[in-house]
Ligand binder design. Structure first.
Ligand SMILES: N[C@@H](CCC(=O)N[C@@H](CS)C(=O)NCC(=O)O)C(=O)O
Length: 128
């Protein structure tokens, strides 16, 4: 089972690499404003998870520089996700709100919808 998962993971990463989406180009000032906001976001994920790839591709397509935390490679990230979000499930978006509160959002489609409504008002978020 572990071998099948590894082979599938390798395929997913290979196709993601071959078909890397092009990034949206924004006006410099708008991009800087968005970068400042995405600095308050972190995506807990791991490389070969297909749902994480889906979110990362939407991020790439829409030039959202969100830090990624790999829960398979980092014990600290895994513990942060478990204690903060409550479940060891990926992808999960950590959202630091302006009032200092923190939200943990699971479900790839919900994450993409959230990013779309928050950062891509000028045009629909370009997902797959
Ligand atoms: N419906 C979820 C599926 C996410 C999912 O199944 N993630 C797997 C990794 S690929 C996971 O973390 N499984 C652990 C669990 O469900 O507790 C989504 O779209 O985000």
């Amino acid at each position: 089972m572990a071998i099948i998962r590894r082979v599938l993971g390798a395929f997913i990463l290979f196709f993601d690499w071959v078909f890397t989406p092009k990034s949206l180009v924004r006006d410099v000032d708008l991009q800087q404003e968005i970068d400042a906001q995405t600095d308050k976001l972190s995506l807990y994920q791991y490389a070969a998870c297909p749902f994480c790839v889906k979110v990362r591709r939407a991020m790439k397509r829409n030039s959202l520089a969100i830090r990624t935390c790999d829960v398979n490679r980092s014990d600290t990230s895994r513990e942060e996700l478990l204690s903060g979000g409550g479940r060891l499930k990926v992808p999960c978006l950590k959202i630091e709100e302006e009032d200092g509160s923190v939200r943990w959002m699971y479900e790839s489609s919900d994450i993409i919808d959230y990013l779309s409504s928050r950062f891509c008002n000028e045009s629909a978020l370009i997902s797959e």
